[in-house]
Each structure stands twice: as structure tokens, then as C-alpha cells.
Design a binder for this molecule. Structure first.
Ligand SMILES: NC(=O)c1ccc[n+]([C@@H]2O[C@H](COP(=O)([O-])OP(=O)(O)OC[C@H]3O[C@@H](n4cnc5c(N)ncnc54)[C@H](O)[C@@H]3O)[C@@H](O)[C@H]2O)c1
Ligand SMILES: O=c1ccn([C@@H]2O[C@H](COP(=O)(O)OP(=O)(O)O[C@H]3O[C@H](CO)[C@H](O)[C@H](O)[C@H]3O)[C@@H](O)[C@H]2O)c(=O)[nH]1
Length: 351
């Protein structure tokens, strides 16, 4: 079976994708400098799959070290590139850190792709490339708007870099635009490990429910939406993970006629913040301590995916419900309370 290099494989989405790839028969190697993750995550992967995954603890911005991984593994057929920094607020404070890490790592990796003629490349993009869209439901054809943050620009530029690189090479590429990945593996052995105070909704909910945070804030209930709170397209991380396996299969079958194809990865359902909280309260039986606060600067009112293209071409069928997203996220939070070894991650300082 083909060998896939997963970058950022100790991270949230990367670790779930490694599990899915292994379960679908792929051989996987990982490169992650653990700047934003705990290497113990791969032990969780091992417990789920029964396979040990080798991690190269390498900074992808370092071309020589990255090159050496390819020299050692001349049989790599595909790359799934997750490695990046992803905190929107931090990127506003430290734009150069984001441009440097997210773009240098991509370029250094693509130089290796070129040198070793790697046939398939899958890139983690985001619905952030749509900015504040004119229509709430976006298709892959919806024109990108200026990004709301340096992080967002690194995703837009990453897409452009890959598009131009692909035209000049034989590598086939897929850009996956994730909406809001949430939840955890049902085993409770891997999940999201936010660094510091969580900025994203679901970790804020679970950390409040377990008492790590005294209460949480709903950022605004005066938007012109059905209950006044913002609308997002929450998607289970295992469904996102499986889309990567399907993307690799798609490239493997040579279906990628366009050379560089884009796919939205969302459920197609918009959910408000208050609805997400209600779903959590229902599955956990915990009454959440929250308050309505002011709007968060830079927040988009409403966005959700048209996912027809991923369904039709990749054969993707996101099947987990909002309740499953919440119950697996809660199960993971409860497991974290028992397992102190994974807490180390939350002690990392931002650079
Ligand atoms: N989680 C989301 O909500 C979301 C939404 C849209 C897009 N994305 C994108 O998906 C990808 C994965 O996201 P995630 O949530 O798993 O993030 P994560 O922070 O959990 O994982 C990223 C991993 O990349 C590693 N890394 C970062 N820079 C590196 C470098 N220079 N060299 C080697 N390793 C490096 C980190 O140590 C970490 O393990 C990212 O590109 C992110 O921007 C995430
Ligand atoms: O404590 C919180 C945290 C979030 N929210 C609300 O919950 C919704 C979702 O917020 P997230 O921060 O979880 O997700 P965003 O959609 O704002 O941001 C995410 O999607 C973006 C794309 O639009 C980027 O990719 C970004 O990296 C990623 O975090 C927003 O309405 C936000 O205001 C709260 O009310 N309280």
C-alpha cells in the first residue's frame, strides 16, 4: 500500500487522519516538530490502530532536515500537509511568525516534492479564505475575500503557491477547505489539545463544563440570525479525517483532471452558537455556565458549506451528528481529566 507522509500528524486533525489512513491500509510516516503538540498523541494512535507511527521531529522550515526525510523514504507517494500555526489572535499580534512558519514550511516541503517527484499533495486550507461572504452558503466557486487575519492570508497564499507550483509540475494537488472541525475520536484516546485558554467554541464549552474555566461567553446575540448568535458549520473531526483518505484515493485513481482541485469540507448545515450549547447540554446533562457578551472583533456573522462537490467527486458523506460531535468532545475532556500526561500540551507557551 502507498506510503503517505503526514505533516503536523501529532496535531488535532493530523492525528485523526493518521488513524483513518491506517484503517484504510495506508502506510504512514509523520513529521512534526511538536511546537504545538504533544508527541504522546501518537501513543493514542498506536492504541487505536495497533500500528506504531514513526515521527520525524523536524521543523519543516529547515529545508536540509526536511530533505533528509525524503532521502530516507524514497517511496513516499503522497503528502498531507497539516503543519501550520493556526491561532487567529496570535497571528494578528505576531504576523511575521505566521508568515514565516506557515509559508516557509510549505515552500521547503514543495521543494522536496519537486526534487523527489512526489505525485500527490493534499493541503489543509480553511473557510477563512471566503472572508465575510455575500451569501452564507459558500461553494468552491465563491470568490475569496480579503482574509480577516495574517493566519487567513497564509491559507490564501498557501492555496496560490500550490496552484502555481502545480501548474509547473507533475504533482497533483487537492486543497481542502475545512469549516469548523470539532469532536474527538470515539475511543477518547485522541482529541483536541488547545494551548492556553481556548479560543474556539467547543473546547470553551467542554472546559467550562468540567470546571477548568469558571464560565464562558457567547460573543454576541444581536446578529441578524435566527437566535441572534453566529452561524457556523461544525463538522466532526473523524469525518474531516476520512475526507483526506478519500482525497488520496482520488489522486491515486488519477481522477484529478484539473491538476489542483478545491473541496469544501462541512456538513452543509449552519448551527448557531446557542444551538451548539443546547446540543452540548442535552448530550452531557451539564448545565453550562455562560453569559452573553459583546461581539468578538473580526467574527463572521454566518457561513456554512455547500459540500456537493466533495460528496459527488470524492464520495464523501459526513455522517456524524451535532450530538456526536458534542458527546465525543465531552468524552475526550473527561478522559483528559484522568490522564495527566496529555496536559503537558496546555503548558506550552506560544512562541
Ligand atoms: N482546527 C481547525 O479549526 C482548522 C480549521 C481550518 C484549517 N485548519 C488547518 O488544519 C491544519 C491542522 O490543524 P490542527 O487543528 O490539527 O492544528 P494543530 O495545531 O493541532 O496541529 C498542527 C501541527 O503542526 C505542527 N507544526 C507547526 N509548525 C510546524 C513546523 N514548522 N514543522 C513541523 N511541524 C509543525 C504542530 O506542532 C502541530 O502538531 C492547520 O494547517 C490548520 O491551519 C484547522
Ligand atoms: O468562547 C467562545 C468561542 C467562540 N464563540 C463563538 O463561536 C463561533 C465559532 O467560533 P470559533 O472560534 O470556534 O470558530 P471560527 O469560525 O470563529 O474560527 C474558525 O474558523 C475560521 C474560519 O472562518 C478560521 O479557520 C479559524 O482558524 C477557526 O478557529 C463564533 O461565532 C464565536 O464568536 C463564542 O461565542 N464563545
Amino acid at each position: 500500500m502507498a506510503k503517505i507522509l503526514v505533516t503536523g500528524g501529532c496535531g488535532y486533525i493530523g492525528s485523526h487522519t493518521i488513524v483513518d489512513l491506517i484503517e484504510n491500509g495506508y502506510e504512514v510516516i509523520c513529521v512534526d516538530n511538536n511546537s504545538r503538540s504533544n508527541p504522546a498523541v501518537l501513543e493514542g494512535v498506536q492504541k487505536i490502530t495497533g500500528k506504531t507511527v514513526k515521527n520525524y521531529k523536524v521543523d519543516l522550515c529547515n529545508f536540509d532536515d526536511t530533505f533528509a526525510i525524503f532521502q530516507e523514504n524514497e517511496d513516499i507517494s503522497g503528502i498531507i500537509h497539516f503543519a501550520a500555526y493556526k491561532a487567529v489572535g496570535e497571528s494578528v499580534e505576531k504576523p511575521l511568525l505566521y508568515f514565516e512558519n506557515n509559508l516557509y514550511s510549505l515552500i521547503s516541503l514543495l521543494k522536496c516534492v519537486q526534487e523527489f517527484s512526489i505525485p500527490w499533495f493534499v493541503f489543509s486550507s480553511s473557510c477563512t479564505v471566503y472572508g465575510e461572504p455575500d451569501q452564507q452558503m459558500v461553494t468552491e466557486e465563491t470568490p475569496p475575500k480579503p482574509a480577516a487575519s495574517p493566519y487567513g492570508y497564509t491559507k490564501q497564499m498557501g492555496e496560490q503557491i500550490l496552484g502555481e507550483f502545480q501548474k509547473a509540475s507533475k504533482t497533483q494537488a487537492i486543497l481542502l477547505r475545512y469549516f469548523n472541525p470539532v469532536g474527538a475520536h470515539p475511543s477518547g484516546l485522541i482529541g483536541e489539545l488547545p494551548i492556553g485558554k481556548p479560543q474556539n467554541l467547543v473546547p470553551a464549552i467542554t472546559q467550562t463544563a468540567i470546571g477548568k474555566l469558571p464560565k464562558m461567553m457567547v460573543f454576541g446575540d444581536d446578529y441578524p440570525t435566527r437566535d441572534g448568535s453566529c452561524v457556523r458549520d461544525y463538522i466532526h473531526v473523524c469525518d474531516i479525517a476520512h475526507a483526506h483518505t478519500l482525497a488520496i484515493k482520488y489522486l491515486q485513481k488519477g481522477h484529478n483532471a484539473a491538476g489542483c482541485e478545491v473541496f469544501n469540507l462541512g456538513t452543509g448545515n449552519g448551527v448557531t452558537v446557542l444551538e451548539a450549547i443546547k446540543a452540548f447540554e442535552k448530550v452531557s446533562g451539564v448545565k453550562l455556565n455562560y453569559e452573553i457578551g459583546p461581539r468578538r472583533p473580526g467574527d463572521i456573522m454566518a457561513i456554512y458549506a455547500n459540500n456537493d462537490k466533495a460528496k459527488m467527486r470524492l464520495g464523501w458523506n459526513p455522517e456524524r451528528t451535532l450530538e456526536e460531535m458534542m458527546s465525543t468532545a465531552w468524552n475526550w475532556e473527561l478522559k483528559l481529566k484522568q490522564d495527566s500526561s496529555l496536559h503537558e500540551n496546555s503548558n506550552f507557551q506560544m512562541n
